[in-house]
Design a protein around this ligand. Structure first.
Ligand SMILES: *Cc1c(COP(=O)(O)O)cnc(C)c1O
Length: 363
């Protein structure tokens, strides 16, 4: 018998669907009658290639990715994308606009300063990153190499609802913490990237969705491994890919299909977030949400209690009751519940009950 699963609200690496873990367990030492684990297969074998191509096909279908885009499986996390993007698309003297909505935007921006002239299109830092900038306040240059946004701010708990229309300037988005949590129009973007370990699978794989014309305008005087075209030309098999991670990612995508696809997942995510935000809003100030209401994230719900002592007690008690990962990011403190796709509704209901009960005893 399985021990009861934890109520896992980790920000990343994060919860995976139990059904996927159980299937992987079943296939662990003998994948499809090969007498080998997926990890032991050659990445040049037909069996592995099938796993690889199915994962790509599933992602294309779930996100309705048009034919003029390539799906790449890279390594180095979203953090390496912070560097690869300016390396490929910026050059000395060239500008790129960054919309600053939190710590991950700041990190992405810093990398770009090494290769060109990035600037802030807008920033909500003064407001402690409680909100997403208003679309009509965004001012950028028509000659920019690209505009960069962070679609969901994992640490502050804010999320873009509508993305800016940037015309001929390619829009690049870090979707590490909300990819596949809701429908997006891929056509709006020149490049989308996401580390897998929040909403797609285990750590070790990074998904890049890149429009083919971006490949043509990329710099070629950079290391082979850091050129997008190297990986695009070889279907992400230029070198050994993280095969087990890609297999797991494919299984997570199959699970999303079984749940009814992206629309069904979106509905469930909205429901999960709503009951927690309602608990915060109906607590008469016992719980204080960090994000402004119209910028609230469906994936990372950030809140505080009236003082640090009470927060500490809340987190200790929560841990005792089997809730994992409710601490805010070490840079901001407070509390955070990450409610990614694989976090079950029941875990969110249990959290609400716990929060109401804790307030009753300490309010
Ligand atoms: C977690 C996260 C990152 C960093 O991802 P790594 O894979 O650890 O490099 C970057 N951006 C966002 C929005 C994140 O949530």
């Amino acid at each position: 018998m399985l021990k009861q699963r934890a109520y896992n609200f980790n920000a990343g690496p994060a919860a995976l669907p139990l059904a996927v873990l159980e299937k992987a367990q079943k296939e662990f030492v003998d994948f499809q009658g090969t007498g080998m684990s997926v990890m032991e297969l050659s990445h040049r074998s037909a069996t592995y290639e099938d796993v690889h191509n199915q994962a790509i096909a599933r992602l294309k279908s779930l996100l309705s990715i048009p034919d003029q885009y390539e799906v790449l499986f890279l390594q180095g996390g979203a953090s390496l994308q912070f560097s690869m993007i300016p390396m490929n698309f910026l050059s000395s003297g060239r500008q790129a606009g960054y919309i600053m909505t939190g710590s991950w935007s700041e990190k992405a921006f810093e990398e770009a300063t090494l290769f060109g002239e990035p600037y802030h299109v807008a920033s909500t830092k003064e407001n402690h990153y409680r909100s997403i900038p208003e679309l009509n306040k965004l001012k950028y240059n028509k000659n920019d190499a690209y505009i960069h946004v962070t679609s969901n701010n994992t640490i502050y708990g804010t999320q873009w609802k509508t993305f800016p229309q940037t015309g001929d300037v390619p829009l690049i988005a870090d979707m590490s913490s909300d990819i596949l949590s809701r429908p997006i129009d891929v056509n709006q973007f020149g490049l989308i990237y996401a580390g897998a370990q929040k909403n797609l699978g285990p750590a070790g794989v990074t998904v890049v969705i890149i429009r083919k014309d971006m490949l043509e305008k990329a710099n070629t005087a950079i290391p082979t491994m850091l050129q997008y075209s190297t990986h695009a030309e070889k279907n992400s098999l230029y070198h050994t890919p993280p095969t087990f991670g890609i297999y797991m990612l494919g299984e997570v995508l199959a699970w999303i299909e079984e749940q009814g696809g992206i629309d069904a997942i979106t509905k469930r995510n909205e429901g999960k977030a709503k009951i927690i935000y309602d608990t915060i809003d109906q607590s008469n100030g016992f719980y204080i949400g960090h994000a402004e209401k119209d910028s609230r994230s469906l994936m990372n719900i950030t809140f505080r209690l009236q003082n640090e002592e009470l927060e500490k007690e809340f987190l200790t008690k929560a841990k005792e009751e089997g809730f994992v990962g409710l601490n805010g990011h070490r840079s901001v403190g407070g509390c955070r519940a990450s409610t990614y796709n694989a976090v079950p509704f029941e875990a969110c209901t249990a959290l609400c009950h716990f929060m109401i009960d804790f307030q009753r005893k300490h309010g």
